[in-house]
Write a protein that binds this ligand. Structure first.
Ligand code: NAP
Length: 268
């Protein structure tokens, strides 16, 4: 299966200044980004909505994803319905392309939480169901309780955290793995192997890291970028194809680092 999502989307975590955030989103859409990722927990949905409005792209050409959070909102049935409505209100849209469970912690309970997601799908308010920061057991459980297909799993994935088991699960069960922090929060850009390969292809380390992430079947990336130069650079990664030998060199990087943690995460 080839993911229905474009290989490169836009991350917006910590793009906190409303004017800057709206400008980044608008610039990204004008450059050709079509998948925009936010979350109620980022506190920037209104600014993301402003950027979308300013870019004036037809709504049906955009793929807009947000997330309900166990702490900022809550994951009971009623809370999910209320938060999804509030997110749509802030974003200025009447449907979401993708809604994720941000973390399977706190009140997360597969049947109840995902039951609310099903309700939103049936009511035409949410097109696709996603989960984030799950492990394979939680993914199995989610698939068991869902009538709609599980569309996406969003997890940290970059050259220092290749997530092979989760990539395989996405390929086997035919959903998209959305790679967050695909630049290792910027740290991949100074890695010697990545810089060396970038020089060889006469491109940037960011493009090499992103091309490696998206070389995996069913995997797309959502790098966060603020400036138009970074936005343009990252989008260009979609056209970069690395040789098998260079992919293998990045596979062989020994460093293992996870940058995003929270109490109760399934891997702890
Ligand atoms: P990231 O995308 O790996 O890295 C972002 C950093 O790289 C920023 O400092 C950015 O700087 C810099 N950068 C971007 N493009 C660059 C380029 N071409 N050259 C040089 N530097 C560049 O990290 P992230 O923000 O953690 O992850 C991406 C997105 O994933 C988030 O924004 C969010 O949407 C999502 N996410 C989801 C979760 C979850 O729990 N589901 C957790 C973390 C992240 P500038 O801003 O200055 O451009």
């Amino acid at each position: 299966m080839v993911s229905p999502l474009p290989p490169i989307g836009l991350g917006t975590w910590e793009n906190d200044d409303p004017t800057q955030c709206a400008r980044s989103v608008r610039t990204a859409i004008e450059l050709g980004y079509r998948h925009v990722d936010t979350a109620e927990h980022y506190g920037n949905e209104s600014a993301v909505g402003d950027g979308i409005e300013e870019a004036d792209a037809p709504r049906d050409e955009l793929f807009l994803a947000t997330k309900v959070h166990p702490i900022s909102g809550g994951l009971t049935y009623d809370e999910v319905l209320e938060e999804a409505d509030a997110s749509m209100e802030r974003l200025g849209v009447d449907y979401l392309d993708l809604l994720y469970v941000h973390w399977p912690v706190g009140e997360y309970e597969a049947a109840e939480t995902l039951g609310a997601f099903e309700h939103l799908v049936e009511a035409d308010r949410v097109r696709h169901v996603g989960v984030s920061n799950f492990d394979v057991d939680l993914l199995d459980e989610a698939r068991e309780v869902l009538d709609s297909p599980l569309f996406a799993h969003q997890v940290e994935l970059h050259p220092f955290l290749p997530q092979r088991e989760l990539v395989e699960d996405a390929q086997r069960h035919e959903y998209t793995l959305v790679a967050y922090s695909p630049l290792a929060r910027g740290e991949a850009l100074t890695n010697e192997t990545i810089c060396d390969i970038a020089e060889q292809y006469e491109t940037s380390p960011a493009q090499v890291a992103l091309a490696w992430v998206t070389s995996h079947e069913n995997v797309v990336a959502i790098p966060k970028a603020t400036s138009s130069a970074h936005l343009e650079d990252n989008l260009g990664a979609a056209a970069l194809e690395l040789d098998d030998e260079d992919i293998a060199r990045i596979d062989d990087i020994e460093r293992r680092t996870r940058f995003v943690e929270r109490d109760g995460a399934p891997w702890q």
